[in-house]
Design a protein. Structure first.
Length: 234
């Protein structure tokens, strides 16, 4: 049982890339994919109230998930500054999520067989942390802090705004797909941003851990237009 790993594929630190990422580096448990598609949201949603962190801070209450057909188009954050196009990705023959190509390392990949960002369940966006030539889209992901906002523009014109509630560095040896990929609270619209973390092991050609940013939907914004105020907190 292995984790999602989204870093460069070879010696990296001054070396040359040895082709595509190894199956081990990109393997994602089929059980994890099953969890995304199934959403684990049966029954009445448990939206709950404001989220209280262990340090005493209080984060906004979740809002109801969005409905309708849409796909993610763009991803944005202010702290750290991040603007990226989102492309759809599927599953590789080995059973892992297909990563964004290295030629487009500034994009994020959305697992299209799981929930859409803003819909009920945990939507997954993966991205490279770096390449042989420099930083990639999620290079600064490990610096994200709880309370930060993540915006995802959808193809229906609506923007799903998520609030980060936790940031974890998950060692591959302790990777639990149900915890990482499954919703933290039934019925919420959640988001996972995942990239590489820990130490780069040149011998294994992979990183030792994953950085996992977990967020939940706290606001939706309609596209500007007649009669719309641009915000919907219902």
């Amino acid at each position: 049982m292995t984790s999602t790993t989204t870093g460069r594929s070879a010696t990296g630190r001054g070396g040359t890339r040895g082709g595509a990422l190894t199956a081990v580096a990109w393997a994602v448990l089929l059980f994890g994919l099953w969890l995304w598609g199934r959403e684990l949201t049966g029954g009445e949603p448990d939206m709950g109230g404001p989220v209280r962190l262990s340090d005493g801070r209080v984060l906004p209450a979740p809002v109801r998930p969005l409905e309708g057909e849409a796909v993610p188009v763009r991803l944005g954050m202010d702290h750290p500054a991040l603007r990226a196009e989102v492309i759809e990705r599927g599953v590789e023959p080995e059973g892992g999520v297909e990563p964004p190509p290295f030629e487009a390392a500034d994009t994020a990949g959305w697992f299209r067989d799981g929930p859409v960002p803003g819909a009920a369940g945990a939507a997954l966006l993966v991205g490279h942390v770096d390449t042989d030539t420099g930083r990639a889209v999620f290079y600064d992901l490990s610096t994200v802090e709880p309370g930060a906002e993540v915006e995802v523009l959808r193809s229906d014109g609506r923007t799903a705004v998520f609030t980060v509630e936790r940031v974890d560095v998950v060692q591959r040896s302790a990777f639990d797909p149900e915890v990482v990929y499954g919703p933290h609270r039934k019925g919420r619209a959640e988001l996972r941003l995942i990239t590489c973390g820990g130490e780069f092991d040149a011998e294994r050609d992979s990183y030792s851990a994953n950085v996992v940013v977990s967020a939940y939907l706290t606001e939706t914004r309609d596209p500007p237009g007649p009669g719309l105020n641009g915000s919907d907190r219902a």
